[in-house]
Ligand binder design. Structure first.
Ligand code: NAD
Length: 485
C-alpha cells in the first residue's frame, strides 16, 4: 500500500485523495525512532466545509440505498482490510509505537470485525410498533441522522476509528471523520481501501489535522448533527460545551482510571497472567487498562513478589521484534507526562518496586520514546497518582481488608469506565459488580469483548454507549408515525 511510496498523507474528500486547502503539512513521527517519517495535512475549516458539501450531496443517495447494498460495500471494506492485514499492522506499529505483533493480533483484526459486525447488524436492526386496540397504530421509523462527525484518539487508531465509522455508515449516514493527528496513517490507508471497495463519493470523508482546528470545525459545523468522540475527558468537555447548545446528538467515550480488584479466593495464576496484560498491554495505553490494583491482604505479599518478578521480565523493545512486549510511548510529550506521574508518586510517598525510568534502547531505537513497566506501592487510594489518568505502563498496588472498603476505593475517582473483579465467590462477584460505578465490569477476565454489548462509561468517563443496537440507535433518529384506523 502507498505509505511506503508516498509519505505525504492526503485528505479523503468526495471520493478523492486531495491536498489540504492551506497546502500545509504537519510532521508525523515514528515513536520507536523519534524521527519524522511522514507528513499529514494541516487542514482547517475550509477542508471540513468541502467535506460537508460532499457529504450533503452523497446523503441524498446513500440514505436511500438499501441496507443490503450498504452491507455489501461494508463487507467489501472488511475483506480488503483483512487482505492487507500485514501492511496495516506494520503501518499501525510504525505510527503508534505498539508491537507489530499486537497490531496483527488485536488492532487490525478488530477493524475487520467492526465492519463485518455492522454490515450484518444493520440487516437485523428493527423498529417497534405500538398498537392502540382498534383505534390507532403507531410505528417508529429509524432514519439516518444525515451528516455525522467521528473523532478518534491515537491509542488504538484504526480499531477505534472504524468502531465509529462502520455503524455510522451502516445506518445510512454520511461521515466526516478525523483520526488523531498523532496516528493518521492507517486512516489514510482506509481511504484507499474505501475507494477500492466502491464506497460512493462523499459518503465517508476523512479530514486530517489538529484537534483545535479540524476537530473543532467539525464540532461547530451546523450541518453536522451528531458527534461521536473518543478521547480525553478535557477534550470531551470542550466538545460538549460547543455541541450541546447546538442540540447535537453526542456520544462521548472519555478517560478512565479503572480498578482491578483482587480477592484472596481467586484463581491466582490466571489472575496474575491477566493482570500483567491489563496493566501493560499496548504500553498501558488502553482506556480499559486497570492501573489501580487492589489486593486482599492475605495474598498481598505473594502477589507483590510474583507480579514484580513477572513485570521485570517484560521486554521493552523495538516494536518490530517478535519478542517485544512493550513498544514505544506514542509521543515525547506523553512520555514526559508518564514520567511526571512517576515523580509525583515518589513525592506522594510511593515506593517504586520496579521500573520508573526511561528505557534506553540501542541501535535503530536509540532516540525512541520508551518507558519501563512500573509498579508502585505504599500510596493512599485518594492521592493524585491514584485519582488522575496516567495512560501509560504505570500501576499502583494497594492492600485492602474488607469488601466494603475496596468498593469505596474503587468508586473514589471522577471516572467510571470499567472494572475488573477477581473472586471465586459467585455471590460476591454479583454483589460487587452491582455496586461499582462504571459502565463495564469483567469478572475473572479482562477485555473480553462481545460487540453486541453496550460499551461506555459513567461519571467523567463519558456519555452514551457504543456497540450493538445502542450505537445504531445513536446513529439514527426515531420518528413515530400514528395511523388512525
Ligand atoms: P485527545 O482528547 O487529546 O484527542 C482525541 C481526538 O480529539 C484527537 O483526534 C484530537 O485531535 C481531537 N481533538 C483535540 N482537541 C479537540 C477539540 N478542541 N475539538 C475537537 N476535537 C479535538 O485524546 P488522546 O490523547 O488522543 O487519547 C487519549 C485519551 O483517550 C485518554 O484519556 C483515554 O482514556 C481516552 N480514550 C478513551 C476511550 C474510551 O472508549 N472511553 C478509548 C480510547 C481512549
Amino acid at each position: 500500500m502507498s505509505q511506503e511510496m508516498d509519505t505525504y498523507i492526503k485528505n479523503y474528500v468526495n471520493g478523492e485523495l486531495i491536498e489540504p486547502a492551506s497546502g500545509n503539512y504537519l510532521d508525523n513521527f515514528e515513536p520507536a525512532t523519534g524521527k519524522v517519517y511522514s507528513h499529514l495535512p494541516d487542514s482547517d475549516e475550509k477542508d471540513v466545509e468541502a467535506a460537508v458539501q460532499a457529504a450533503e450531496k452523497a446523503f441524498e443517495t446513500w440514505s436511500m440505498t438499501s441496507a443490503a447494498d450498504r452491507s455489501k460495500i461494508l463487507n467489501k471494506i472488511a475483506d480488503l482490510i483483512e487482505n492487507n492485514l500485514d501492511d496495516l499492522a506494520l503501518a499501525e506499529s510504525i505510527d503508534n509505537g505498539k508491537p507489530v505483533k499486537l497490531a496483527k493480533k488485536v488492532d487490525i483484526p478488530r477493524a475487520v470485525s467492526n465492519f463485518r459486525f455492522f454490515a450484518t447488524a444493520i440487516l437485523h436492526f428493527a423498529s417497534e410498533t405500538h398498537e392502540m386496540d382498534n383505534f390507532a397504530l403507531n410505528f417508529t421509523l429509524r432514519q439516518p441522522i444525515g451528516i455525522v462527525g467521528c473523532i478518534s484518539p491515537w491509542n488504538l487508531p484504526l480499531y477505534l476509528f472504524t468502531w465509529k465509522i462502520a455503524p455510522a455508515l451502516a445506518a445510512g449516514n454520511c461521515v466526516i471523520a478525523k483520526p488523531s493527528e498523532i496516528t493518521p496513517m492507517t486512516a489514510y490507508m482506509l481511504s484507499e481501501i474505501c475507494m477500492k471497495a466502491g464506497l460512493p463519493n462523499g459518503v465517508l470523508n476523512i479530514v486530517h489535522g489538529l484537534g483545535p482546528k479540524v476537530g473543532s470545525a467539525i464540532t461547530k459545523h451546523e450541518k453536522i448533527r451528531a458527534i461521536s468522540f473518543t478521547g480525553g475527558t478535557k477534550t470531551g468537555r470542550e466538545i460538549s460545551s460547543v455541541a450541546a447548545p447546538m442540540f447535537k446528538k453526542l456520544s462521548l467515550e472519555l478517560g478512565g482510571k479503572n480498578p482491578n480488584i483482587i480477592f484472596a479466593d481467586c484463581n491466582f495464576d490466571e489472575m496474575l497472567k491477566t493482570t500483567l496484560n491489563s496493566s501493560f498491554s499496548n504500553q498501558g495505553e488502553i482506556c480499559l487498562c486497570g492501573p489501580r490494583i487492589f489486593i486482599e491482604k492475605p495474598i498481598y505479599d505473594a502477589f507483590v513478589d510474583k507480579f514484580v518478578k513477572m513485570t521485570k521480565g517484560l521486554i521493552v523493545g523495538d516494536p518490530m521484534e517478535e519478542r517485544t512486549k512493550l513498544g514505544a510511548i506514542v509521543s515525547r510529550e506523553h512520555q514526559k507526562k508518564i514520567l511526571y506521574y512517576v515523580s509525583l508518586a515518589k513525592e506522594e510517598g510511593g515506593e517504586i518496586l520496579c521500573g520508573g525510568n526511561i528505557s534506553q534502547l540501542n541501535g535503530r531505537c536509540k532516540d525512541g520514546w520508551f518507558v519501563e513497566p512500573t509498579v508502585i506501592q505504599g500510596l493512599p487510594y485518594d492521592c493524585r497518582t491514584n485519582q488522575e489518568e496516567i495512560f501509560g505502563p504505570v500501576v499502583t498496588i494497594m492492600p485492602f481488608e474488607a469488601e466494603e472498603e475496596v468498593i469505596k476505593y474503587a468508586n473514589s475517582t471522577e471516572y467510571g469506565l470499567s472494572a475488573t473483579v477477581w473472586t471465586d465467590n459467585l455471590q460476591r462477584a454479583h454483589r460487587v459488580a452491582r455496586r461499582l460505578q462504571c459502565g463495564i465490569v469483567w469478572i475473572n477476565s479482562w477485555l473480553v469483548r462481545d460487540l453486541r454489548t453496550p460499551f461506555g462509561g459513567v461519571k467523567n468517563s463519558g456519555v452514551g454507549r457504543e456497540g450493538g443496537w445502542e450505537v445504531l440507535k445513536f446513529f439514527t433518529e426515531s420518528k413515530n408515525v400514528t395511523i388512525k384506523l
